[in-house]
Ligand binder design. Structure first.
Ligand code: SF4
Length: 491
């Protein structure tokens, strides 16, 4: 029997963190979600931010926070855990009713998971008056070099994340005006970033010159502007989608209205293709493309590419389901939702033994045995990362009596890690980087295996102007810059 102190120690340990944040789940972890709202008058920022962030919960469940501009001040609240739990603990709701707000749902992709890294991050002047608050989705590749350079100038850091590098760079240039502060900051930073920044009297939104992470905007009524990582955040507050921010665009909203500034010299469209496959919610549109339709099409393509005779098509919930529907539609084989996901699965399990760890994984998904027994099954999953979940799923289906299992991945093989805002395993842990299709089929114990071809993914997306780095190992931002080379910028 563990003492309370032992449980606490275990809960805080790296072992628990690794376990609880993905290794046994075998999933690529989401990036972060950002949400913002601005009106030239007092609005219900508390509820709007809460609803918007709740809609973006799938992009990060580790922590969340919001900053609200009210009467020339900025009030910030952040907390570990889910949006609804965190908002419940806000006692002074009135303090968070202002005219503008930014919010963040966090999954750690830079820095560590300590409280200091929770967002929004904010800067104050010498008298403790708030200057600026920011939320970010993405990852910089040259943050360490910039941090070192700033520290040499005597600028202190409180957190370890790359978001604080953006904050300190902006703070340093703030005396030149907020627009110049963003311009100078974006000249220095390299990588993937979608950022919302709040000052006491304005809200700013900007996206990196490759547009790697998504960010869209919308309108709510006559004068309220809304920004969100995905359109589902706009839907959650009843806002109408206007457009996505362009790569290398800065949008400033204040009492004068909305201004758009193209700050990048050579912007390119290189949005993360994995947003469509896995990260984004199926009810979102990313860069005006319907995520659900794309996933259905991936299933149709997979049938064209590798048809098989079977009794039933099954999707691994949640993101494999639309592809299974597409496969079923193209093949005429009935789709059946016979894999049941426990929707209350959370990170609150504390499991000290390997045996029990394996049981916890099985709690996440369970097949309906009567629908599996004696069946030839086509199983659609969004991707295969380490292969551990697929292997366990195949074992589970065999034990439930499946006669044949044909596994189809709705993405090409993942052969390389991401350093642009998504937490992927190291290359050596990616099973498709180590095994070809035949070897992997044998390892997983399936009767056949296939992946969505790269050409089909490009064709479905309508252009090669996306990031396909985890499938091709070619990235829109050079990995060389990761070696902490200082950007060409006058800091
Ligand atoms: S490397 Fe992969 S996950 Fe990362 S941004 Fe590119 S496509 Fe997305």
């Amino acid at each position: 029997m563990h003492t309370k102190a032992q449980w606490t120690q275990l809960f805080r340990s790296d072992y628990y963190r690794r376990f609880s944040e993905g290794e046994p789940w075998d999933a690529i972890q989401e990036a972060c979600g950002i949400f913002g709202v601005y009106a030239p008058r007092r609005i219900d920022t508390f509820s709007l931010a809460q609803f918007g962030m709740f809609a973006l919960q799938h992009r990060g469940q580790e922590a969340c926070g919001l900053s609200v501009a009210r009467d020339g001040k900025i009030h910030t609240f952040k907390r570990e855990g889910l949006v609804l739990d965190a908002f419940k603990s806000i006692t002074h709701i009135d303090q968070f009713q202002g005219n503008a707000a930014i919010g963040h749902t966090r999954y750690t992709t830079s820095g560590d998971s300590r409280t200091v890294n929770f967002q929004p991050l904010y800067a104050q002047d010498d008298r403790g008056e708030p200057l600026l608050s920011i939320v970010q989705n993405g990852n910089l590749v040259n943050d360490q070099a910039l941090r070192t350079a700033l520290e040499r100038e005597g600028i202190g850091f409180l957190a370890t994340s790359d978001a604080e590098v953006i904050l300190r760079l902006m703070q340093k240039q703030l005396s030149k005006g907020i627009e110049q502060a963003v311009r100078r900051t974006t000249e220095a930073i390299r990588g993937a970033y979608s950022v919302l920044a709040l000052t006491p009297d304005s809200l700013l939104a900007f996206r990196d010159p490759n547009g790697i992470r998504p960010l869209c905007m919308g309108e709510l009524g006559a004068d309220t502007r809304v920004f969100s990582s995905e359109t589902c955040g706009l839907d959650a507050v009843g806002a109408t989608y206007t457009r996505d921010l362009e790569p290398g665009e800065l949008v400033i909203v204040d009492a004068q209205g909305l201004r758009s500034i193209r700050y990048a010299d050579r912007p390119r469209h290189r949005i993360c293709s994995f947003e469509y496959i896995y990260f984004a919610r199926p009810d979102s549109r990313i860069e005006n493309r319907d995520v659900y339709e794309l996933r259905v099409r991936a299933g149709e393509e997979l049938f064209e590419q590798s048809p098989v005779a079977a009794d039933v098509v099954v999707g691994v919930p949640d993101s494999g389901v639309p592809s299974a529907i597409g496969y079923a539609k193209a093949s005429g084989i009935p789709f059946r939702p016979i894999l049941v996901k426990n929707r209350y699965m959370s990170r609150s399990f504390i499991v000290p033994t390997q045996e029990m760890r394996e049981r916890v994984v099985d709690l996440k998904l369970n097949p309906i045995p009567s629908q599996v027994s004696g069946k030839r099954m086509v199983v659609l999953d969004d991707s295969i990362v380490r292969g551990t979940t697929s292997k366990r799923l195949v074992k589970m289906l065999r034990e439930a009596g499946a006669e044949e299992i044909h596994l189809r991945s709705a993405s090409p093989p993942i052969v390389a890690p991401c350093f642009l805002g998504i937490d992927t395993p190291d290359k050596k842990a990616l099973i498709s980087a180590r095994m070809d299709k035949g070897e992997l089929a044998t390892y997983l114990g399936v009767d056949s295996l296939d992946f969505l071809p790269m050409e089909s993914l490009v064709e479905m997306l309508g252009s090669p102007n996306h990031c396909f780095g985890c499938f091709t190992e070619r990235y829109p931002v050079s990995p060389d810059e990761k070696k902490n080379r200082l950007a060409h910028a006058d800091l």
